[in-house]
Design a protein around this ligand. Structure first.
Ligand code: RB5
Length: 149
């Protein structure tokens, strides 16, 4: 699988550990950088690359994962989940078809982060009724509340 990774200054060490881990499992891993940038800049670049199909999945790292997740989800076609437990990482794939994962280096230990990434990269989307719900999320993209009558 083609994976793009990016981090801010708070999470560079975890990013590199996870990149090595994913590469050792046979994934093609690309570092989009970001250590010297504000997290929205990096999240945007990585998310756009995933949305354009240059990568199959993206994994973003910051202090909590929250900022990266919030920024990545502004890009059309991106479903980025911030996870700190294995069940959420599993279900973000099975039910939500998440194409990006955001992790918090100040929240997670390295071994837990590896487990979350393994689940995120190895779990298939179940489709079916979940596809309808994911499609409903897609329909909201580009909506502006001020356009409501
Ligand atoms: C940086 O201090 C921190 O705000 C950032 O890494 C991230 O946690 C934001 O969501």
């Amino acid at each position: 699988m083609r994976i793009v990774c990016g981090s801010d200054h708070a999470a560079a060490a975890l990013k590199h550990e996870i990149m090595d881990h994913a590469a050792a499992r046979g994934h093609e891993v690309t570092d989009i950088g970001g250590e010297g940038s504000d997290y929205p800049v990096t999240a945007r670049a990585a998310a756009r690359a995933v949305a354009k199909g240059r990568f199959d999945r993206g994994v973003l790292f910051c202090g909590t994962g929250q900022g990266m997740m919030l920024a990545a989800n502004k890009v059309r076609g991106i479903r980025c989940a911030v996870c700190s437990d294995p069940y959420s990482a599993l279900m973000a794939r099975r039910h939500n078809d998440a194409n990006m994962l955001a992790l918090g280096a100040r929240v997670l230990g390295t071994e837990l982060a590896k487990m979350l990434v393994d689940l995120f990269l190895s779990t298939d989307f179940e489709g079916g009724r979940h596809q309808r719900r994911v499609s409903l999320i897609g329909e909201m993209e580009g909506e502006r509340a001020e356009d409501d009558v």
